[in-house]
Design a protein around this ligand. Structure first.
Ligand SMILES: *[C@@H]1O[C@H](CO)[C@@H](O)[C@H](O)[C@H]1NC(C)=O
Length: 999
């Protein structure tokens, strides 16, 4: 059977030839051989004829029912991307009834009754031609990437019983004529971008059992008609913008089992008869709306109710004790209301809940419950896994009987006034994963038995009155990810065993009485983001092992007795955004550059032994001779202000007399002695006399050589300005000036500058940078074809490089004092360090942005070169002023280049096609045609290997291209600014990394 099916996939013409051949051979056998085979052939022949015949029949069938056939083909034409080949056998040689996803009636005339292409990642639009499939009873196109509107014509499929278009990108309204589909039983349109109101006509479809419209942007009121549907089983309208409320007198809907209206703007009080009108309700989700008033006691009559969620509304009054009648209840969430329990009457509900013997999750957090936790807690179901009572006004001790709930996974008692010790019950809750006791008045110690809570990953004891030593055995809890002991009176040293917390992201030990040294083992935290140990009595140095904490973003060690140097390696912790070492006894010179230049990140006050560092830190200067490179930096710090002034004078000079003196005129003496440390000979030696073999690139105004400074052994890149070239002198000055005041981890810093004469007496100017070992982005994106194993960038690396560049530009435009325009953004100016972090270099033609109205700026814009062809925004060509939005344009081009690996100057871009329209033409449905083939391949592999949903990668790529396209709008006013772009890029990066590492 299978083989026959396979055979039928072969085009008919070929099939016929095969049949014919087979017939010929058989007939020959019949004529020239003995009886036996002849007999066989007599049996086979009719069969063969039959087969041959079927081939013919099938061919004619296609014509017999041309309407469905053509309608489906038309549907296929609307699909622009079919990555899984779901429609691969949708061709005229296969009967449409055998096409993937199509099912037909079992008797003639064969008509399509089912179209099911769920989860095929199809992109494109839904063709209105589907409206011709009048026999269709099931249409399931869920979980694809379809966009556009739901065609009104679908309402012609009068036999439709099941309609699922969920999880697509459909927009527009739900067709109002949907009410004509009177046989519909299921309508599932979840998770799209549908707008407008819910059509009242839906209420007239008496056969409707399931109506699910959640996760759209539907607005308006819920039509009254919907509350009259006599057969509805599931009504799911959650996560829209619906307003209004539920009718005050609800008529009986005994079929309804699930009602979900959560996350809307529904309000007013609940009808008091709700529990009587919906007698078969099992699931009731009304959380995160604006409902108010008392919770109707009639809800207690829902004898089949399993789950009730009323959280985050404005309910007031007492919790009905009738809830004790909900014998099937497993989940009760009343958190985030204004519910009260002031006296024994108010707590009656709690005693009554003892009858709910299946109760599994109970949250009463953030209400106004007062007094002691009743001892009747002991009678609650032992099935409890979640017990959340935080944010109330509970006082007294926790009833020790709580220890019987050893199935608890989460226990939250935070923000109450509870007291007493935890010693005799905590160790029994051996399944706890999440324990929050923050902000109470608990006393006593942490018992060693806490190490029995092997699953614990969140532990907050913050803001209590705990004392004593922390049991080292706590370090056995390997899943720990957040540990907060802050604001207690814990003492002794920090257990070295804490180093076992490999999953830890947050460690907060602030404001205790910890003493001794910081254990070196804490350098083993692989995921750590926040370490706070301020306000203790810690001594010793910051452990060298902290240099491993690559994901650390905040380190607060202030108000201790720590000493030793401020470690320079903290500069290598690229994620660090806050470093507070204030009020300790750190000594010596503050490391230069990196985060230490940014006084908003670093706090070093109250360390009398510290000196040097960036100006903003306001530390006294050091008196000893600094290291060589340090000195060079220091020199630059002093030099550059002079430089800055000089360049301004020079610039004005040039504006006035440029034509007469096209070449640099500065004499060596003007700068000479300050640069004595790096002489012409030093640089000549470092670069082997500027040999061709050391040449690593040619910039706008000269050549760049790699080299190694003899004395300091530093690997450097030396940019030698070709002073023959017009504007080179100014370029040199512009770069010095630009880098004078601006420093950022994604901007390439200069180590030193050299302005002198060479051995032949010619003026020589050069800038010296750190050598970036991974070269420029250009060499990674574009291969010359002579490398053995060409270097390739993965998607993650490309995103991270683009984010670095966006950060650098954001800083230049918005955060470095005066807005600076880079003007020459392109891949060869993006350099990559050891860890593939991108640093933006070549400020040769950077300009401080000034009011374009001023005449000075007007003159600036008339100066020679302003960038590189392909990356220059259109307005510069028209004589526009250099502006930050010009950089935004160049960034857009760069981003498109990073994703497509096509230069904007690629020979394919002719006849009006450029890199922008190239991407635009395929956006968003066919982006895999324009994305770099290696990325497409990576995406395909990762989908198979790591379970990464292909949709997510696709969406990420679409988002990135979208940023690129929005930056490259031809009108500067239509482009976002760099701050917005950077923040969008970060959001994309976060969501990319988010799903990448999800299990
Ligand atoms: C469509 O097919 C999928 C499996 O391919 C199945 O899970 C789903 O139930 C089908 N939809 C309908 C409405 O039958």
């Amino acid at each position: 059977m299978h083989a026959v099916e396979e055979f039928e996939r072969v085009p008919l013409v070929i099939r016929r030839q095969v049949y014919a051949l087979f017939l010929q051979v058989t007939i020959k056998c019949l004529m020239c051989h003995s009886k036996q085979p002849a007999k066989l052939v007599l049996i086979v022949l009719p069969l063969l004829l039959l087969c041959y015949g079927i081939g013919n029949i099938q061919c004619s069938v296609v014509h017999e029912n041309s309407e469905d056939f053509h309608s489906l083909l038309e549907f296929k034409r609307g699909i622009t991307s079919d990555p899984k080949g779901a429609l691969s056998n949708w061709n005229p040689y296969t009967h449409f009834c055998r096409w993937n996803g199509v099912n037909c009636s079992s008797t003639r005339p064969w008509r399509a009754t089912e179209l099911n292409l769920t989860g095929q990642n199809l992109a494109g639009q839904i063709s209105p031609s589907l409206g011709n499939l009048t026999f269709l009873d099931t249409l399931d196109l869920g979980s694809n990437l379809l966009h556009g509107v739901i065609p009104d014509a679908l309402t012609n499929c009068s036999n439709l019983a099941y309609l699922d278009l969920s999880k697509n990108n459909l927009m527009g309204v739900i067709p109002p004529r949907i009410g004509f589909l009177t046989k519909l039983a299921d309508i599932v349109l979840d998770n799209n971008d549908l707008t407008g109101g819910i059509p009242a006509a839906l209420g007239n479809i008496t056969s409707l059992k399931v109506l699910s419209l959640k996760l759209n942007q539907l607005n308006g009121r819920i039509p009254h008609e919907l509350w009259q549907m006599s057969n509805i089983v599931k009504l799911v309208l959650a996560q829209n913008n619906l307003s209004g409320g539920i009718p005050q007198t609800l008529s009986n809907i005994s079929s309804l089992q699930k009602l979900s209206l959560a996350y809307n703007m529904l309000g007013s009080t609940l009808p008091s008869n709700i529990g009587d009108a919906l007698p078969n309700l099992q699931l009731l989700y009304l959380g995160n709306d604006h409902f108010e008033g008392h919770i109707p006691a009639s809800l207690g009559n829902l004898s089949g109710l399993k789950e009730m969620d009323l959280q985050s509304n404005h309910f007031t009054g007492q919790i009905p004790s009738s809830f004790g009648k909900l014998l099937q209840l497993t989940y009760l969430n009343l958190a985030g209301n204004k519910l009260e329990a002031r006296d024994s009457k108010g707590w009656e509900f709690f005693h009554a809940l003892a009858n709910c013997s299946f109760l599994n999750a109970l949250s009463l957090s953030n209400n106004q419950l007062q007094g002691a936790i009743p001892n009747s807690i002991a009678n609650l179901s032992t099935n409890l896994t979640y017990l959340l009572l935080g944010g109330n006004n509970l006082s007294g001790i926790v009833p020790p009987s709580i220890k019987k709930f050893n199935g608890l996974i989460e226990l939250a008692l935070d923000f109450n006034n509870l007291t007493g010790t935890i010693e005799d019950w905590i160790g029994k809750l051996t399944n706890l994963q999440h324990l929050n006791l923050q902000s109470n008045n608990f006393i006593g110690t942490i018992p060693p038995s806490i190490s029995d809570l092997a699953q614990l990953n969140y532990l907050s004891l913050a803001k209590n009155k705990f004392t004593g030593f922390v049991p080292p055995s706590l370090g056995n809890l390997k899943s720990m990810s957040t540990l907060n002991f802050s604001y207690n009176s814990f003492q002794g040293s920090i257990p070295a065993k804490f180093g076992n917390f490999r999953q830890l992201t947050t460690l907060d030990l602030s404001s205790n009485k910890f003493n001794g040294e910081i254990p070196e083992t804490l350098g083993q935290f692989e995921q750590i983001q926040t370490i706070q140990m301020d306000q203790n009595f810690l001594t010793g140095n910051i452990p060298i092992t902290f240099s491993n904490l690559k994901s650390l973003s905040m380190l607060n060690l202030s108000h201790n007795n720590l000493s030793g140097p401020v470690p320079a390696y903290l500069n290598d912790l690229n994620s660090l955004t806050k470093l507070d070492l204030s009020y300790n006894n750190f000594q010596g010179e503050i490391p230069n550059s990196g985060i230490f230049d940014n006084a908003t990140i670093v706090s070093l006050d109250g360390n009398p032994g510290l000196c040097g560092g960036a100006m903003d830190l306001h530390m006294p200067p050091c008196h000893f001779v600094p290291r060589r490179v340090g000195k060079a930096n220091y020199l630059i710090k002093i030099l550059i202000p002079i430089f800055g002034f000089m360049s301004l004078v020079l610039l004005i000079y040039f504006l006035l007399v440029e034509k007469k003196t096209p070449r640099g005129y500065l004499s060596q003496q003007s700068f000479g002695e300050h640069f004595e440390r790096v002489t012409y000979n030093d640089l000549a030696q470092a670069t082997r006399d500027f040999s061709e073999s050391n040449l690593i690139g040619r910039g706008s105004y000269g050549s760049v050589y790699r080299g190694k400074l003899k004395e300091s052994k530093m690997e450097v890149a030396v940019k030698v300005f070709d002073l023959e070239m017009r504007g080179a002198e100014r370029s040199f000055l512009a770069e010095c000036e630009a880098l004078r005041s601006i420093q950022h981890r994604n901007l390439l810093p200069i180590i030193t500058a050299c302005s002198t004469v060479d051995n032949a007496g010619n003026v020589f100017k050069a800038l010296v940078y750190d050598l970036m070992p991974n070269g420029s982005l250009d060499t990674w994106l574009h291969h010359k074809g002579d490398e053995e194993t060409p270097k390739r960038l993965g998607l993650t690396q490309r995103i991270s490089i683009a984010v670095n560049v966006a950060d650098a530009l954001d800083y230049l435009h918005h955060d470095c004092g005066r807005p600076t325009v880079h003007r020459d953004l392109k891949p060869s100016n993006v350099l990559l360090d050891d860890d593939m972090n991108a640093l933006l270099g070549d400020f040769g033609i950077a300009r401080f942005y000034v009011d374009p109205q001023s005449t000075w700026a007007g003159s600036v814009s008339s100066i020679g070169v302003k960038g590189t062809i392909g990356y220059i925004p259109p307005e510069y060509g028209g004589g526009g002023h250099a502006s930050t939005s010009g950089d935004v344009y160049s960034f857009g081009i760069l981003l498109l280049e990073i994703l497509t690996s096509k230069r904007p100057t690629d020979p394919m871009f002719v006849d009006g096609l450029d890199i922008i329209s190239f991407v635009e033409n395929s956006f968003p449905d066919q982006i895999f045609h324009v994305i770099d083939a290696h990325l497409v391949e990576e995406c395909n592999n990762s989908t198979q290997e790591k379970n990464v949903p292909e949709n997510e990668i696709y969406r990420c790529l679409v988002d990135l291209l979208q940023v690129g396209l929005s930056c490259t709008r031809s009108l500067p006013s239509e482009r976002s600014n760099m701050k917005q772009v950077a923040s969008k890029m970060h959001a994309i990066k976060t969501s990319h990394f988010g799903w990448k590492y999800k299990k």
